[in-house]
Design a protein around this ligand. Sequence first.
Ligand code: PLP
Length: 354
Amino acid sequence: MRSLRTWQTEAVRRIEADFNRSADTHLVRVPLPRYDGITLYLKDESSHPTGSLKHRLARSLFLYALCNNWIGPDTCLIEASSGSTAVSEAYFARMLGLRFVAVVPSATAQPKLDAIRFHGGEIHKVDDPRTVYDVAQRLAEETGGHYLDQFTNAERATDWRGNNNIAESIFNQMAEEEYPTPEWIVCGAGTGGTSATLGRFVRYNRRNTRLCVADPVHSVFHQYHRDRRVRSLALGCSSRIEGIGRPRVEPSFIAELVDRMVVVEDHQSIGGMRALSRRLGRNVGGSTGTNIWACAELAREMHEAGKKGSIVTLLCDSGDRYADTYYNDGWLLEAGIDWQGSAQEMEAFLSATM
Ligand SMILES: *Cc1c(COP(=O)(O)O)cnc(C)c1O
């Protein structure tokens, strides 16, 4: 019988080997001819093995749990997630030969459940979406397992000073650009982990870059950022942009690190997503549309103030997962999302010609 320590050593090796086999994600340059001297860059997180920036988070959560001696060869892993986090965690659980259970609201769409199951994850449905956290915690206790708890651990599981985290990777890839220190970095907040890493890294590296979080209109984060009072939204009020915007202020969202928040309507996110997809020649996800909308606002302000420089944002995932929803005109019509006007506006901003 192998010792726990030997198993953990092998588990860490497998995760590090996965990292070692991976190339860094691309930083895509998008010139904006209509905005003289302002260049947009997209950190393309869709190229991770599990297709989104949650691959980084899952890797960090697993290493954090292993190095805290929280998991061993018989630990059942539990997470409250119906989305990309569960997909990436299922991938790492299978790599280590561990059972993984995702606690999801019963209304979760079938393609998402299929993606979790594809990587070997199991599904535990709950009727009331508010109970996912408690149920995940309880399942962990009952099975003697471990609740990965992305919303609590995202900000602390990531090495914020370096280790090629998303921030360090961006700054390394910007090094030879015309304006290597971005004026702004724009991201969304789901757990808040990515914005926390970016905000800490720029301070530690003494950069003047400011951090902007693009937040869907039905999210509590921007309200909390404004007055530090509102901590949750009324039941039923939830973001329609997958991966970002939450009804409660998650513990990993560190408001002090965010210089600015831009509130984005759903039709703007979808219009932005469609226009950017056309400009790039491939489909991006909804939260990337939210990001691009905030970038346009910041670029316009820089342009009006006669400033030059770079703006970096994230391409969080590809449009593949949203073929039945954000890329389905009928679905958008039924959802009451009137996106065409916003798409036209964004196409003008992104235009490749003068
Ligand atoms: C999770 C997620 C985000 C936000 O990242 P956090 O680090 O969790 O705040 C943005 N876009 C997509 C598609 C996501 O899945």
